[in-house]
Design a protein around this ligand. Sequence first.
Ligand code: NAD
Length: 763
Amino acid sequence: MRTLRRVAVVGAGTMGARIAAHFANAGVPAVLLDVDAVAAQRGLERAWSGRPCGFFTEAARALVTAGGIEECPGDIGTADWIIEAVTEDLALKRALWRRLGAAARHDAICSTNTSGLPLARIAEDFPDSLQRRFLGTHFFNPPRYLHLVELIPGPGTDPRVLAFVSDFCDRQLGKGVVLCNDTPNFIANRIGCFFGATAYTTMSEGGYSIEEVDALTGSLIGLPNSATFRLLDLIGLDVWAQIARTLHDAAPGDAWRERFAAPSFLTTMLARGWLGDKSGQGFYTKSGPGRELHALDWRTLEYHPASRPRFASAVEARKIERLPERLRMLLAAGDRAGEFLWKLFSDLFLYAAERVPEICGRVVEIDRAMRWGYAHALGPFECWDALGFEAVARRIEGEGRALPESICRMLSSGASSFYRYESGVEYFDLCQMRWQPLEARPGIITLASERRSRGVVKENAGAALIDIGDGVLCLEFHSTGNTLGDDAAAMIHAGIEEAARNFQALIVANEGEQFGNSGNLPMVLLAAQSGEWEELDAALQRMQQALLAMKYAPVPVVAAPFGRTLNGGCEAVLHAACVQASAELSMGFTEASAGLIPATGGCKELLLRLGDARRAFEIIATCRLSNNAREAQDLGLLRKTDGVSMNPERLIADAKAAALSLASHYVQGVPRTDIAVGGEAGFAAMKLGAWTQWRAGRLGKVDFHVAEMLAHVLNGGRLSGPQRVSEQYLLDLEREAFLSLCGTAESQRRIEELLRTGKPPRS
Ligand code: NAD
């Protein structure tokens, strides 16, 4: 069994420096080498100070050292894994590997990070001993955030080396691993490049504008908001052109090859150095006194103020929440939006189907590569299923276009989708022309499949209880934005009761976009404006008591937060006996920005967790959010003993394992009555601090008032001196302060502003 003590990353550019950073995030020390020490240090600095930051914490940054390749040959010779990430140039990579291969330890793993150069060419004259340890690792940019890593075996890669790298990338680096054939641009960039090229080909043929294409190819169809042209600006037009050129030149047998030739507007933009964000202009630029967004007219290559296109079908489609139904509606629409999207998707389907088995043996890898590498909500075949396999095939045929042979055979076999869920998950094998079971992925639980296989124990509009096996029950919040209201409170009580009777432990997890975004601000505002103080107080009490019951449940409760875990979501996590967090975790409180304070146990729990009113005050008053789970531990929002899952797909299974391990020795707690608070003196000191900030103009009037109320709660109210109080005492203070703030016109204005714009004014 291998262990990685140290890796060497060669090439400290966009990718290399951030790959080194991510190994450090996983706790593996890395040496980062470039042509000289200055270049390496510059790369390291960019990975630290660039946005987004490649590192989790300063401790991770301290694990990376930078140096020149000539000055540090010893670092190559002692590394357990050498990752080469130099410029995409076959001759350069081949020449470099002659030196790296000779200097590497005889058992070191050796990998090249390439976007699409053939592994067989890079490894052509390698000795056998190096061939066995050599493979391609295609990380996506930025490596910390994009889930996909493509692994490409070279001509002689030892399957054990491949298995180790695959497992390491999955568990330690948290990546979704897809195995690819050694074909030009592998999987994601082959399909992704076709998709982008089809978007601009369809644009030119149909006379659409840049803004129209972006309006149609973003979140509307389950793609990131960067859509098509904002994404190209982000990637860099030169990088994009190189990916397309590789395909054009290296895939002569590709019947769609001409689509990869750069259109004339792209060629001119490249010649003018309009490379996108990195050069300040691309398909978009910011200009004018207010740096307003301008878009390019691709016909004249002149910029104009960016418009906000409206398509009737898109407006209607936005009202449909479920993506498959929305796509069905859009692609059936006869307007310009429908025509564009049908052309885009039907070409994508044909192209993807024709690539099996050339780029990989199964449809599964193509779907995963597009979901994980390009953040598409559905891969091409999943999308085809969503639209109806037969209906799409017949429509293409009806237009006189030929279907790939594999699809014709699939139609005659009677299969009516690429995936089916009758007994477990199966996919249709386009090579064998039969259904195959999708392999189990140990350590990965999805609530969707647990729902299908075991059913739901109990459910209401805001939450559900799902049996996830082995004596563990899952409480899933699923209201819009996962706001925690009365439905959630009722289900917390039901979950505790059910778990105490029939299970060993309860986990709190969900598969939404965020773990839990906020409390129910519109409800709070409405109640405050209509003076329904008793109702508001009662609603807060219900949630306080639900979270208290969770904290003191007879079985352990383990929370599995990820993404944005704010306010109500954060309070729920703070009440769990133990936390298994996703590494990417933005956790904390933003109530102060709405002129409020946490009032369902957040102030109390943070005070208990930190044992320090001043630090709790700072975190809440300044709306300090963690950038990741390790930072949440440093801030004290999570315990150092709480688990962190690098791979978000493993989070629920990891939380279940943590819950079972805790259940074996769990002792139910009792509410605390001994919480030390500072009383009047502590309050006065904190208020003075806030007052000084206000007078110096660093704090607005509303912020000062919020700070005063927060200081009041965290010091136990106006007690004559330091004392010990109960949890319930602090909960009562939280509600009282919250209601008092809600009653002020300033806080109500802030909430309104926040709801309207998403951004509160600082005043
Ligand atoms: P880059 O141009 O940003 O950085 C390349 C670095 O390699 C430079 O710092 C350069 O000084 C260094 N270098 C060149 N020759 C060297 C040598 N002989 N010894 C040591 N260092 C040397 O490139 P990048 O964008 O980081 O790409 C690196 C690799 O990753 C390429 O193969 C690219 O195709 C691939 N890739 C890039 C992206 C992306 O979005 N940028 C995404 C996935 C894969």
